[in-house]
Design a protein around this ligand. Structure first.
Ligand code: AMP
Ligand code: ZN
Length: 119
């Protein structure tokens, strides 16, 4: 996709702090880390969100998950980590190129969602 920021990172048109790359996926440090370890894992192919994902993306989506433990350990999160894929408006997605966050700490990350009273 021409104007997609993560496609530009995949093509090398925007710099990133790369931690892993193969033919299918790229992983790099988030520019605004929200935890001591905060890496983004993206498919090289443009998929806007999980809504646009289908069975043709099964292998690359599986690869992203299968790599997460290794990437977390390599970045120093060897005592646990969290993966998040935000989807759409309700999910708080800001960049519409599917990406998996990998968060880790030395310390526990806290609640998964901020506390909210359900109606
Ligand atoms: P999300 O809210 O799930 O769409 O997350 C988008 C993430 O992309 C945010 O955590 C941003 O800090 C991160 N981000 C945006 N632009 C860049 C960039 N050029 N390099 C690395 N991370 C970025
Ligand atoms: Zn893209």
């Amino acid at each position: 996709m021409e104007n997609c920021i993560f496609c530009k990172i995949v093509r090398g048109e925007i710099p990133s702090r790369k931690v892993y790359e193969d033919d299918d996926v790229l992983a790099f440090h988030d520019i605004q880390p929200q935890a001591p370890v905060h890496v983004l894992v993206v498919p090289k192919v443009h998929i806007a969100s999980l809504y646009e994902a289908d069975m043709s993306h099964q292998a690359v989506l599986g690869k992203m998950l299968a790599l997460s433990g290794r990437l977390a350990s390599e970045q120093g999160a060897s005592d646990g980590f969290r993966t998040i894929i935000n989807t759409g408006r309700v999910g708080g997605q800001e960049v519409y190129h599917l990406h998996m966050h990998v968060f880790g700490g030395p310390e526990p990350l806290g609640r998964m969602l901020s506390k909210r009273v359900t109606p």
